[in-house]
Design a protein. Structure first.
Length: 127
């Protein structure tokens, strides 16, 4: 993929994390940065959001990142939206499943906005 994704949706149940990332990413003039507090919210808003990339937290209440990803893939408007997982614990045993579901990369938390922005660029360029 060329350049950098123009529309990014961050899905994370941690309101402070979402707020911190929004402040940092809103400074990027060429980027539309949107947030959702749950996987359910992402699925409900996917048609409205139309993200080029989803940053998806793995550990969330009610439905986790993997279930959100599966539901995303079943949604007619998001079958091929690239996803980067945000996780504190990456299970290598799930790597094949992640790739099958369209995960283009994994970023380990905790992560600061500058590091996340750089990692997104690296992952996007390699995808």
């Amino acid at each position: 993929m060329d350049g950098f994704p123009g529309r990014i949706a961050l899905v994370d149940d941690d309101e402070d994390f979402r707020r911190m990332m929004r402040v940092a990413f809103d400074e990027q003039q060429e980027l539309v940065f949107m947030t959702c507090g749950s996987g359910e919210e992402l699925i409900l808003r996917i048609r409205e959001l139309q993200p080029d990339l989803v940053l998806l937290d793995m550990r969330m209440p009610r439905i986790d990142g993997v279930e959100t990803l599966r539901r995303l893939r079943d949604h007619e408007d998001a079958t091929d939206v690239p996803v980067i997982l945000l996780t504190g614990a990456h299970k290598l045993s799930m790597q094949g499943e992640y790739e099958r579901l369209g995960v283009i990369g994994v970023v380990h938390k905790p992560v600061d906005p500058v590091s996340l922005y750089e990692k997104i660029g690296e992952i996007w360029a390699a995808a």
